[in-house]
Design a protein around this ligand. Structure first.
Ligand SMILES: *Cc1c(COP(=O)(O)O)cnc(C)c1O
Length: 223
């Protein structure tokens, strides 16, 4: 195991939160990390999250950090704490509907595609008109708009990574001073993983999502 306390101290000294990304790791490994005081865990697959959650303490805050299909929202709605990957109005509407059904409030982050890699997921910063027109809280009384999320390009070039985090930060700022100006809850920038979290913290991250540095190498490769 890596030094979780050391990572935690570094993250907290920047007033950010640590999300332990437990994908592919067993319930007993998660329990070990839980026993160190960590309460925020991230999973990228709905199926894996719904299998693990009932076997672990109820005070864990579960973060969905992978792509979410509209037809799977209903499985996580009863317990998920925050969904980091909202990238369409349709998905937003479905999360509202399912949260209402369970009489819950669900925190949502808007995922932006800022990396150079091709990806079907994340909002294209040049196509975010729909987001500038959403009406919170009127249309979405069960959702807590909490900020933005993004991933940097997988590269050794720190300048590229830094610029992408800066771009995400500026998108956050634009939304915070316009659409979400009246929403005190809109305050998070979820960015930074094992390889780039130090840069992310320097660029204003408030939530880092760290897997391999905490749990060691994954038991099978992520898709
Ligand atoms: C797997 C994953 C992480 C954590 O990756 P590590 O490199 O293991 O820290 C963070 N964010 C997302 C969206 C992921 O899928």
């Amino acid at each position: 195991m890596h030094d979780v306390e050391q990572i935690l101290a570094r993250v907290r000294s920047r007033n950010a939160a640590l999300i332990a990304v437990s994908k592919t790791h067993s319930v007993s490994r998660i329990r070990e990390i839980y026993d160190l005081g960590i309460r925020d865990f991230g999973e990228n697959k709905v199926q894996e999250m719904i299998e693990k959650a009932p076997q672990l303490p109820p005070d864990i805050r579960w973060h969905l950090i992978g792509h979410l299909q509209t037809n799977k929202v209903k499985y996580v709605a009863p317990f998920v704490f925050m969904i980091h990957t909202v990238d369409s109005e349709k998905l937003l509407g479905e999360i509202e509907k399912q949260a209402a059904k369970h009489d819950r409030s669900i925190r949502v982050l808007f995922q932006f595609h800022v990396a150079r890699e091709e990806s079907k997921f994340g909002i294209d910063p040049n196509r975010m008109d729909w987001l500038t027109q959403v009406d919170f809280p009127l249309e979405y009384p069960h959702l807590i708009p909490s900020g933005v999320m993004g991933m940097a390009t997988f590269t050794d070039d720190e300048d590229i990574i830094r610029r992408e985090f800066q771009q995400l930060h500026s998108i956050f700022h634009r939304l915070k001073t316009s659409v979400f100006a009246d929403q005190a809850s809109f305050k998070d920038i979820s960015m930074g993983m094992s390889s780039d979290y130090a840069i992310a913290l320097e660029e204003g991250s408030t939530m880092v999502r760290i897997g391999s540095l905490i749990f060691g190498a994954r038991e099978f490769p992520p898709q």
